[in-house]
Design a protein around this ligand. Structure first.
Ligand code: HEM
Length: 438
């Protein structure tokens, strides 16, 4: 699993140093804010959540100043996150929507814009116009047309798992592949390109985890970038010459102000769809299974009453919250949660913490497939940037677990799971299981 959004965010052009930040303990009492900035902290979810729980109670909006990362305010309570998300005029996605190492942040300026700009880096009218290009395609009615295809892909994925002789690393062998097949399908790419897309999402965007964002010896970030610029350029020109109903065609032929989108904007769209739609959903599926293994009563309940699957899929996504944060930068003086913000202040919206806020979710650390307000979760963000792929993602999680649980005879952990080191998208890195599938 990778670090999807950083792809589309500033790290492609500006973070050759990502991952090179020296690491100290993420759980230092003198630096409680380190848990939000240090990728390694997210690889210990139990300790991370305990630290975040304490902060929600004691300092729900915490000023964080660490030597290696840009200064920021960590916003941990649901209500404060919502207030910032609702106020997009004051809290903007520019200049960068995710946390950065201090040196990279300092190097940002108007003369050094990212070569590829995507939805999450845009604000105001620019964002509205660009989002409008794909909005209709992702609406529930349109995504519904994908339902049969997604069910087929879910079945193929579970068939492959059933052929694994009762043991696998669920995260790598199963959960990582199904959402990627869905991405290929919506972009209208052939199944043979699976390995190529996997390389894109892993090598280019998995920079924070030393085991994932590893380039092969003979390739560099630039090589992989160039490879994909050429791949997506060919895709765009093919869809302009031969438009079809797929999303790649919609984007390639979209017009703004009477002209086709510039090539780099098309590239930005392809990149964000490929990255944002992949590891977020893979982590929801792998983390969702782990949640069910940790709550065997819920696994049993869901198997005995498959009609709970809609709510269960939403609750699994809340429980996992694979996207850990986004940041917003204050544009005008304002007060949220009793803290006064001034222009330039960077707020880190901790979706992972907000989704365990005990003021909103009863017994928040419990996975409860019947949770009445599961759909109020913040895992997809909120407001103008609310995840455009949310319907699709829910459909994928639903389709996978419907098929999987319908055929599952037994399952247990076959070793300790490990977790991805990433401040942005994290979940199980390995999930060894022993199982019996029909
Ligand atoms: C469970 C899976 C997913 C999760 C948890 C997730 C989470 C998120 C979050 C937190 C945001 C930012 C929201 C904000 O800033 O308020 C976002 C934005 C976005 N997501 Fe997802 N996402 C998932 C799946 C997908 C899929 C399947 C796609 C497309 C194939 C997708 C495409 C996007 C795009 C394009 C944006 C940018 C929207 C904008 O800035 O206007 N996501 N997602």
């Amino acid at each position: 699993m990778t670090d999807g959004f950083s792809s589309s965010a500033a790290s492609v052009p500006t973070s050759p140093t990502a991952g090179a930040v020296p690491r100290t303990s993420p759980f230092s009492p003198s630096e409680p804010g380190r848990i939000f900035a240090d990728p390694a902290a997210y690889a210990d979810p139990v300790a991370w959540h305990e630290a975040a729980r304490r902060l929600r109670r004691q300092t729900p909006i915490l000023r964080v100043s660490l030597p290696e990362y840009q200064d920021f305010w960590a916003v941990t309570r649901y209500a404060d996150i919502m207030n910032i998300e609702r106020n997009a005029e004051v809290f903007a996605n520019a200049p960068v929507p995710t946390l950065m190492p201090r040196a990279d942040y300092a190097a940002l300026n108007d003369n050094n814009p990212p070569p590829v700009k995507t939805l999450i880096q845009m604000d105001g009218d620019e964002h509205k116009a660009h989002r409008g290009i794909v909005n209709d395609w992702f609406k529930p009615g349109s995504v519904k047309a994908m339902s049969d295809r997604i069910d087929t892909l879910a079945k193929e994925s579970v068939d492959q798992m059933a052929a694994m002789n009762g043991r696998c690393d669920f995260a790598n062998d199963v959960a990582m592949h199904f959402p990627l097949q869905v991405i290929l399908s919506i972009l209208g790419l052939p199944e043979e390109d699976h390995q190529k897309m996997l390389k894109l999402t892993q090598e280019l965007f998995g920079a924070e985890d030393p085991d994932i964002g590893r380039m092969s010896e003979d390739s560099t970030v630039l090589d992989v970038m160039l490879d994909f610029v050429s791949y997506f350029t060919d895709l765009a020109s093919d869809r302009r010459a031969n438009p079809s109903g797929d999303l790649a065609s919609v984007i390639a032929n979209a017009e703004l102000d009477g002209a086709l989108l510039p090539d780099m904007d098309v590239m930005g769209f392809y990149l964000i769809i490929a990255s944002a739609g992949h590891d977020t959903t893979s982590n929801s599926i792998a983390g969702g299974l782990l949640g069910l293994l940790e709550h065997p009563d819920q696994l049993e309940l869901l198997q005995s009453d498959p009609s709970l699957i809609d709510n269960a899929a939403v609750e699994l996504i809340r429980y996992v919250s694979p996207v850990k944060h986004f940041v917003r930068t204050c544009q005008a003086p304002t007060t949220v949660g009793g803290v006064h913000f001034v222009p330039g202040d960077v707020t880190l919206l901790s979706f992972a913490s907000g989704n365990r806020d005990e003021d909103v979710f009863a017994d928040p650390f419990r996975l409860d497939v019947r949770r009445p307000n599961a759909s109020s979760h913040l895992a997809f963000g909120f407001g103008r940037h609310f995840c455009v792929g949310a319907h699709l993602a829910r459909m994928e999680v639903r389709a996978f677990f419907r098929e999987f649980l319908g055929r599952l005879q037994s399952i247990e952990l076959d070793g300790e799971p490990t977790f991805v080191q990433s401040t942005l998208v994290s979940g199980p890195k390995t999930l060894p299981v022993r199982f019996n599938l029909q």
